[in-house]
Design a protein around this ligand. Structure first.
Ligand code: DON
Length: 304
């Protein structure tokens, strides 16, 4: 497949699409992003890479980290995880509080903010050095020792993280948070602040397209059954109240972040990352979704 030519075709078709979305402004540090950035990076199961545009530049991965923290927590505590967080799509915005009260502090799924905060709490209980251990895990998945947290973004988010404070306090009142709320939130903000490039993301997520094994070194990260669980959660919950639309248009499990990144996987075939900071009203990259829709249409690759 001539992936580079396909990428060029998509970029040409979407050249004026940057203007459609709005860069996230609710976190001041993210408001500085350049809306004209665009990159697409694909890694195949055989280890070939294809790319177009700004694929080496790092950006804030934001909620994409929620999948990786979920994987790490799942590895540590196994199926006990599902006592603390559900696996149903929320159909609500990523930061919505409404279901959390009537579902008694158990978040609908691990990819909405409430769920990801519970996952952070689990990691803090299980790990001696959660910050170091988690970043080490990511660096080994990506094969890039330079991946790191961004203190400025984490602090910027903390300064305006009132809704996330409401989430954690509500969950603590129901007994679903074990650690100090401030410390857990700090860890959550740091996970959101991690910076990676499209290249890093595509490489990192490749194990989810390979039955749970890193295809570069054949190291098993999670079992095939655990991989099925993570991918199904991405498909149903990865885009919040736009998960149906993403499945409808793109047809792959994936995850977005308000930094404008999206990563998606085609089981047994490839992992693909896109970056375009302009977001739609649901907080997902407008051009990123359109680019992936064109890609899976042209290549006729989707899970359905
Ligand atoms: O909690 C927040 O508001 C963000 N740091 C993460 C949000 C995010 O990326 C949602 N995804 N589209």
């Amino acid at each position: 497949m001539k992936y580079n030519e396909i990428f060029e075709k998509i970029a040409a078709e979407l050249k004026d699409y940057d203007q459609i979305g709005q860069v996230a402004t609710y976190i001041p540090a993210l408001a500085k992003a350049n809306p004209n950035k665009f990159g697409m990076y694909l890694v195949t199961r055989e280890g070939h890479s294809y790319f177009h545009g700004d694929t080496d530049e790092t950006f804030s991965i934001q909620s994409i980290s929620k999948v990786l923290s979920l994987v790490y927590a799942f590895k540590l505590v196994g199926t006990d995880l599902w006592k603390r967080v559900g696996v149903e799509p929320s159909g609500s915005p990523f930061n919505s509080l409404v279901q959390l009260e009537y579902e008694q502090g158990i978040p609908r799924n691990p990819l909405i903010n409430a769920g990801a905060i519970v996952i952070c709490d689990i990691l803090m209980s299980e790990l001696k050095n959660p910050y170091q251990d988690f970043i080490k895990f990511l660096r080994s998945l990506a094969g890039n020792p330079n991946i790191d947290y961004c203190k400025t973004t984490a602090e910027s988010e903390k300064e305006c993280g009132f809704k996330n404070s409401a989430h954690i306090n509500l969950m603590k009142s129901y007994g679903n948070i074990e650690n100090d709320a401030e410390e857990v939130l700090d860890f959550y903000f740091h996970l959101c602040s991690i910076e990676m490039s499209c290249k890093d993301l595509a490489q990192t997520f490749m194990f989810l397209a390979s039955g749970g094994k890193n295809p570069v070194n054949n190291k098993r990260i999670i079992t095939a059954q655990e991989t099925k669980r993570i991918n199904s959660i991405m498909l149903l919950c990865g885009f919040y109240d736009e998960a149906g639309e993403f499945a409808f248009r793109v047809g792959l499990p994936g995850k977005s972040g308000v930094g404008g990144g999206i990563v998606a996987i085609y089981p047994d075939q490839y992992s693909i990352a896109v970056w375009s900071p302009g977001l739609n009203t649901k907080g997902n990259s407008s051009k990123g979704i359109k680019a992936l829709e064109l890609f899976t249409t042209i290549t006729q690759s989707n899970v359905f």
